[in-house]
Every structure is written in structure tokens, then in C-alpha cells.
Design a protein around this ligand. Structure first.
Ligand code: AMP
Ligand code: ZN
Length: 461
């Protein structure tokens, strides 16, 4: 399988060539755990999980090393801990657990490493020391700042001029800064906030240096792929790159920079500060995680994706169609299959998920319409293999259509359906209607088919 990736740094799409095919490295900026993450935060989780799966398919599961960090010290975390009167670890533990549960519900594999800022302080302090030693950073009034004037290619990733960067970052003009674009590597903590010792006084790291040090510690520099949302290109990734290159006098920090587009809601970026958020944590209680995953992958990852009720309904219908085809072909024996070349080509083209989905539908159609048993069996096994690669279609099709119901509800519905069947057989329409109303009240949709009735829960969004 060939893989082409679009690189933000060069602005082109080119074949992916890893530094070492026996150890392919990918890093993605993860969450700041002070609250439940919204569904926009899960777009990079799902997009880069898909890329992780594709890389594992090509290079082998053991040859891909994926690190996604957890920012577990930050102003917002400190504020929340102070508000609740608990240590920051209580806050970060609570929201990291929820983040893991919600990521798993969306079918995301756990990254190989999940480094935490608070566990990387030694490496951070060491990296800052190297930057100071290389004259790329300077200490002033308890702070250490990166010297943007010392690095000629500052702005190279985001393609911005120094004036744009100063305006765009709304940088603080502080008396201890030599240049307004200089950014913090180390800063003193406010009273009561967590702090660590350092050669420049007690304090805590800036956000950007955390990622550079975590990458160096878990993966080693340079890495093959660096990912994140498009909002991170500047200043976060620009600064990460500047730090990483200047600390080691290196020429490459990451060979491919990938950025997912925004998830929008009502035409605005979904964000906590705008207050227009849908929490994945709430959503996965109402809708199968697989439906949410499908919705998140239904547009190309670099394009904006507007989050609407229709998007979810469409995702549910798409998966129902594929699971329906698999259910009707339940008796068809298959061996282990491989995804088709057309499917792999679609994913290999910078993760073209809309085209990959179209290939899944084409396989389902062959499965439903072909009169050749061998062709149908091949289509079924290719559909299952392609689904597995993308993190879909691994549930038993019968269970899919009954998904979301707890055991007590299942038993009740099965009982009602049995009574309804008897009533209809006896032409007792009044009882049959009554039961239909009761099922309706339970949010159950009944589908009468040639092999008897099946049922599922109505969507509740
Ligand atoms: P944050 O917790 O805000 O640092 O975000 C975590 C990740 O989610 C980063 O990679 C962000 O770029 C990404 N992200 C945040 N909001 C959105 C959004 N509305 N659409 C897509 N990605 C987002
Ligand atoms: Zn980062």
C-alpha cells in the first residue's frame, strides 16, 4: 500500500517515507485535562487513530510508535483545583479517565506512550538548559524566554511574517522580553500553584516546551509525523519546532506535519470559550461510539466539518446499511480477507475517508446483489477487513441492531414481541396495537422481516 501525506511545512502532498521503517514515529498534541473534552477535540483523536492504524497496516503493529501527550499542569487546571479545593491530580485524574473512556468508545486505540507534563520536568529543564547554552534562550526575572531573533526560520511552518505573528498571537509585551514575539519556556508559579526547582528559580514550564521535551524523551528527534488541529500551527507548533531545532542545532524536527480542519457548530469553531460545545462524554451515552466515529471521518480530515444532527443521522444510516448487508449475509462463510486495492488506494491518498467509505458501500452492494457465491464471499471478507482497518463493522450485526439496550430492556422487548406475534397470529389486532404503542413508548422501532421481527432503539438525539 502506498501512502501519500499532505505536509503543512512544505504545503505539498508527497509519498510518506519514514526515517526507519522498523520504527515509525508519530506524535499528536493531546488534551489539557481540566474538563470533559468536546467532540471537536476528538476529531484529531479519531483522525490520527486512523493514521496510526494505516501505518500499522503498512509497517506492522510493532513497528509504529505513537505518542500523544497529556497536559496535566496548566492555568485552567490550577483554577479548577482551587475552585474545588482539591489537589490538581484529582482534577486531572478525573478528566483523564473520562477522556480514555470516551476515546475507547470512539474506537481509538491507546497510543504507545501517553507522556505527562508533570512526569517530564527533568527533560524539560534539561532542554531549556541546552537552549540557553546555545544562545537561543535567555533568563530574565525568574523567567526563561526563547529568543525568536536567534532563529532565522521562525515563522517557517506557519508561513507568517514576524509582524503577523506578533499580531496573531496577541503576545504579552512584558518588560523582561527582548522582543515581543519571544515566548516563555519557564515561568515562576503564583502562590499556591505547583512548582518545581530549576537553575532559573522555582516555577513551571511553558506549554510549548513540554511537547518538544516529551517528543525527545519518548520518541527521539527528529520524528516522522507530527499531528494536531489546525489551530495549533501557530504559535504552538511553530514554537515547538523552533525549540527542537535550536536545542540540537538540528535540521529537521518532524518530517511531515499533519493538521486536521476544525469541527464547526453553527458555522463557528466548536470551542469551550464560545460555549457551543457538544461533549463526547454525553454523546456516547446516546449514540453508538461507532456512529460518532463515522460522522467524524465522513469528511476529509483537512476540511472543516460541520457538526449537525443530520451528520449523525446520516452516519447511523450508513452503518445500518453496511451492518444490514452483513446481517443478511450472516450464513456466508468467509476466510480471513484483505481490503481491496481501491479501498487502500483511497486511504493511502492522504486518508481520503469519503472515498474509502464509497468503497465500503461498493463492497456491500456486491455482497447484496451478486449472484456468484464466490464473489459474494470475497466481498464480505473484504468489507470486514476494510472495516477492521478503519475501526468499523466489528460488532455482531444482530447486536448492532439491538445496541444500546440494557439486559432488562432487552428481555422486556423480546417478551412483548413474542406476545405481539401470538396476538397477530390470533388476529387479536387490539392487543397487537397496544403492544406496538408500548414498544413505541420504550423508544423501540420494530422491523417486520421474512424471518420474523427485529428491533432497535430509536435515535435519541
Ligand atoms: P485543546 O484541549 O484545546 O488543546 O485541544 C486538543 C486538540 O483538539 C488539539 O489538537 C486541537 O487542535 C484540537 N481541537 C480543538 N478544537 C477543535 C475543533 N473545533 N475542531 C477540530 N479540532 C479541534
Ligand atoms: Zn504540542
Amino acid at each position: 500500500m502506498n501512502l501519500m501525506l499532505h505536509d503543512t511545512l512544505t504545503g505539498d502532498k508527497r509519498p510518506f517515507v519514514p526515517i526507519d521503517p522498523g520504527r515509525v514515529t508519530m506524535y499528536v498534541c493531546g488534551p489539557t485535562v481540566y474538563n470533559y473534552a468536546h467532540i471537536g477535540n476528538f476529531r484529531p483523536v479519531v483522525v490520527f487513530d486512523l493514521l496510526f492504524r494505516v501505518l500499522r497496516h503498512i509497517y506492522g503493529a510493532d513497528a509504529v510508535v505513537y505518542a500523544a501527550n497529556v497536559t496535566d499542569v496548566d492555568d485552567k487546571i490550577n483554577a479548577k483545583a482551587a475552585q474545588e479545593g482539591v489537589p490538581i491530580s484529582v482534577i486531572t485524574g478525573r478528566y483523564l479517565d473520562a477522556y480514555h473512556a470516551d476515546s475507547a468508545a470512539l474506537g481509538a486505540l491507546r497510543p504507545t506512550f501517553e507522556p505527562r507534563a508533570t512526569e517530564t520536568i527533568d527533560a524539560i529543564v534539561a532542554m531549556i538548559g541546552r537552549l540557553v547554552g546555545n544562545n537561543a534562550a535567555y533568563a530574565a526575572e525568574g523567567h526563561v524566554l526563547f529568543d525568536t531573533q536567534a532563529y532565522a526560520d521562525y515563522g517557517g511552518l506557519s508561513g507568517r511574517s514576524m509582524d503577523d505573528m506578533i499580531a496573531g498571537a496577541r503576545v504579552d509585551v512584558a518588560p523582561y522580553k527582548r522582543h515581543p514575539a519571544d515566548f516563555v519556556l519557564w515561568k515562576p508559579s503564583k502562590p499556591g500553584e505547583p512548582e518545581w526547582p530549576s537553575p532559573w528559580g522555582p516555577g513551571r514550564p511553558g506549554w510549548h516546551i513540554e511537547c518538544s521535551a516529551m517528543i525527545e524523551q519518548t520518541l527521539g528527534l527528529p520524528i516522522d509525523i507530527h499531528g494536531g488541529g489546525i489551530d495549533l500551527v501557530f504559535p504552538h507548533h511553530e514554537n515547538e519546532r523552533a525549540q527542537g531545532l535550536c536545542a540540537d542545532h538540528a535540521t529537521s524536527y518532524a518530517n511531515y506535519w499533519l493538521h486536521n480542519g476544525f469541527l464547526t457548530f453553527g458555522e463557528e469553531k466548536m470551542s469551550k470559550s464560545l460555549g457551543n460545545v457538544v461533549l463526547a462524554h454525553d454523546l456516547v451515552k446516546k449514540v453508538p461510539g461507532e456512529v460518532v466515529r463515522w460522522a467524524l471521518l465522513s469528511g476529509h480530515y483537512r476540511q472543516p466539518l460541520d457538526w449537525t444532527g443530520d451528520l449523525l443521522a446520516q452516519a447511523q444510516r450508513s452503518l445500518d446499511r453496511l451492518y444490514g448487508a452483513l446481517r443478511r449475509a450472516a450464513d456466508l462463510e468467509t476466510g480471513g480477507g484483505e481490503p481491496t486495492a481501491a479501498f487502500l488506494e483511497a486511504l493511502g491518498d492522504d486518508l481520503n475517508t469519503p472515498r474509502a467509505f464509497a468503497e465500503l458501500f461498493a463492497l456491500a452492494k456486491t455482497l447484496e446483489t451478486s449472484t456468484d457465491a464466490a464473489e459474494r464471499a470475497a466481498a464480505k471478507s473484504a468489507l470486514l477487513a476494510a472495516g477492521a482497518l478503519m475501526g468499523f463493522l466489528q460488532v455482531d450485526p444482530d447486536a448492532w441492531f439491538e445496541g444500546g439496550a440494557d439486559e432488562a430492556l432487552k428481555a422486556k422487548v423480546e417478551g412483548l414481541l413474542k406476545t405481539r406475534f401470538e396476538a397477530r397470529k390470533a388476529k387479536d389486532w387490539a392487543t397487537a396495537d397496544e403492544i406496538r404503542d408500548e414498544l413505541n413508548a420504550l423508544n423501540v422501532v420494530v422491523m417486520d422481516g421474512p424471518d420474523g421481527a427485529t428491533w432497535r432503539l430509536k435515535e435519541t438525539t
